[in-house]
Design a binder for this molecule. Structure first.
Ligand SMILES: Cc1cc2nc3c(=O)[nH]c(=O)nc-3n(C[C@H](O)[C@H](O)[C@H](O)COP(=O)(O)OP(=O)(O)OC[C@H]3O[C@@H](n4cnc5c(N)ncnc54)[C@H](O)[C@@H]3O)c2cc1C
Length: 398
C-alpha cells in the first residue's frame, strides 16, 4: 500500500522512513545497476519501491485517504528520506514526482486524479515536468514567459509543438505535464498545462546530456514535441492559467528540494565526522585539529540554520499563502549554505572525499545543480530586490 494512516504522527512516520533508509536503502548505494549516465536504473528504482511498499513507507507524505501532510510535517519526512540519494527514489518523495503529485492533488479534476495522480501515489510509474526550452532558440529558462512551445485548439483536441530541454526523468516516465503557450495571432496567448501518457511517438527524446548530477533516473533530456495531439479533457484546469498553476507547484517544490538536500547533507556530515574522529595526522585525530573541527562546527551551525528556515517557510505555506518570496529566501539560503557544508565534508575527508566510496562526493556535485534548478540563486535575489524596492516606494508614499 502507498500512503500513511491518518492517525500516525508525522514524527512517527519520519522515524520509520529514517530507519528504512538507513538500514534497507543505504546498502544499495554501491549497487552497480546504473544507466549510461550513471543514474539508478528503473529496475533498481522499482525494486526499492517494492521494499518501501512492504515497509509501509512508500509515498509517506500523502495519507492513505489522499490528504497531504502539512509542509511542516512533510519536512520531517522528506529530510529523513533524503539521508541517502536513493532514499527519495525508494520512498517516492523525489523530484519531479513529488511536486507533480502536489500540483495534481491541488488542481486536478476527479478524472485527472484517477487517471494520472493515483498511479503516481502508488509509485507504479514516474513523471516528468516540461517547462524549460533550449536557450539557442530563445526559449523559456530562468524567465518562463519566453516560452516558445505552442498549443492550438483543434476541435476536441489541442495540438502542441515545440522543443523542451533539461526534462528530468522523461526517459522511462509514464506521465508528462507539458507547458505551452496558446497560439494567438497577437502573440498574447496565455500558458496552458496538459497531462499526457508517455511514451508518445510525437514526443521524441533527441538528446540526454551528461550532467554534473546522476541521482535522477532518465537524466535530463532534450525533447522534440512534434504535432502532439492531446484530448481537450487532458488540459489541467483552465486555458491561460498555466503560470498560475506553476506558481502553486513552485513554492512547495522548492522547499521539498531543500528538505531532501538537508537530509543528504546531514548524512554527509555524519560520514565526514566519522572520518575525522578516526583518522590521525601529525600525532592526533583530525577532529582535534582546529582547522578540521571548525569546518564540522560551521557545518553543524549551517545545518541547524537550514532546518530553521525550512520550518519557517513551511509554516508560511501552511497558512495557505503562496509563499513565493519566502520560498525564494529559503531556496537561496539552503542551497548556498549546503553547498558550503558539502564542500567542507569533502575537504575534511581529503582524497577519500572525492572518491565514490561514500556519497559525500555525489552530494557535493548534485548540490551544485540545486543552486540552478527551481530558480537560480540570482533570479531569486533579483525578485527579492524588486520586492524590497516596491516596499520602499510604498513606505515613501505612506
Ligand atoms: C539538474 C537540472 C534539472 C532540471 N529539471 C528540469 C525539469 O524537470 N523540467 C524543466 O522544465 N526544467 C528543468 N531544469 C531547468 C531549470 O529549471 C533551468 O535550468 C533554470 O530555470 C534556469 O534556466 P536556464 O538554464 O535556461 O538558464 P538561463 O535562463 O540562461 O540563466 C542563466 C543564468 O543567468 C542568470 N540570470 C538569469 N536571470 C537573471 C536575473 N533576473 N538576475 C540575475 N541573474 C539572472 C542566473 O545566474 C542563471 O543561472 C533543470 C535544470 C537542471 C540543472
Amino acid at each position: 500500500m502507498a500512503g500513511t494512516q491518518p492517525q500516525e504522527s508525522a514524527a512517527s512516520i519520519a522515524a520509520r522512513v529514517e530507519s528504512f533508509v538507513r538500514t534497507v536503502v543505504v546498502p544499495f548505494e554501491q549497487d552497480p545497476r546504473r544507466d549510461h549516465h550513471n543514474a539508478p536504473t528503473d529496475v533498481l528504482l522499482f525494486e526499492l519501491r517494492e521494499m518501501a511498499r512492504a515497509a509501509g513507507v512508500l509515498t509517506p507524505h500523502i495519507r492513505a485517504d489522499g490528504s497531504h501532510l502539512t509542509q511542516r510535517e512533510t519536512a520531517l519526512v522528506l529530510i529523513a528520506s533524503g539521508l541517502s540519494p536513493l532514499g527519495p527514489l525508494a520512498c517516492n518523495t523525489n523530484a519531479p514526482d513529488e511536486g507533480n503529485m502536489y500540483l495534481l492533488g491541488h488542481v486536478g479534476s476527479a478524472e485527472i486524479k484517477a487517471r494520472f495522480l493515483d498511479p503516481l501515489i502508488k509509485g507504479r510509474t514516474r513523471s516528468a515536468f516540461f517547462m524549460t526550452e533550449p536557450w539557442a532558440e530563445g526559449g523559456a529558462g530562468a524567465d518562463p514567459s519566453m516560452m516558445k512551445t505552442t498549443c492550438r485548439r483543434d476541435g476536441n483536441h489541442w495540438r502542441v509543438d515545440g522543443r523542451k530541454c533539461f526534462i528530468t526523468g522523461v526517459a522511462g516516465a509514464g506521465i508528462g505535464i507539458i507547458m505551452a503557450k496558446e497560439h494567438q495571432a497577437d502573440g498574447k496567448g496565455g500558458a496552458c498545462m496538459f497531462l499526457v501518457e508517455l511514451p508518445d511517438p510525437a514526443i521524441r527524446i533527441e538528446h540526454v546530456p551528461n550532467t554534473i548530477d546522476n541521482s535522477m533516473p532518465g537524466g535530463h533530456a532534450t525533447v522534440l514535441i512534434d504535432n502532439l495531439r492531446i484530448p481537450a479533457d487532458q488540459m489541467l484546469g483552465q486555458a491561460g492559467e498555466g503560470f498560475k498553476y506553476a506558481q502553486i507547484r513552485l513554492a512547495p517544490a522548492r522547499l521539498s528540494h531543500c528538505m531532501r538536500w538537508l537530509g543528504a547533507c546531514i548524512r554527509a556530515q555524519e560520514i565526514a565526522t566519522d572520518y575525522a574522529c578516526r583518522r590521525e595526522a601529525f600525532g592526533k585525530l583530525l577532529i582535534d585539529h582546529e582547522g578540521v573541527g571548525f569546518m564540522l562546527a560551521e557545518n553543524r551551525i549551517a545545518l541547524k540554520q537550514c532546518e530553521l528556515i525550512i520550518d519557517w517557510c513551511a509554516d508560511v505555506l501552511d497558512t495557505g499563502a503562496l509563499g513565493t518570496a519566502e520560498s525564494s529566501m529559503a531556496k537561496v539560503a539552503v542551497s548556498e549554505a549546503l553547498m558550503k557544508v558539502a564542500d567542507n565534508c569533502v575537504q575534511v575527508m581529503g582524497g577519500t572525499g572525492v572518491t565514490d566510496k561514500t556519497i559525500v562526493e555525489q552530494v557535493f556535485r548534485e548540490i551544485r545543480a540545486f543552486r540552478i534548478y527551481d530558480g537560480p540563486t540570482e533570479v531569486h535575489k533579483w525578485s527579492l530586490a524588486k520586492a524590497i524596492k516596491r516596499d520602499w516606494k510604498q513606505a515613501q508614499q505612506a
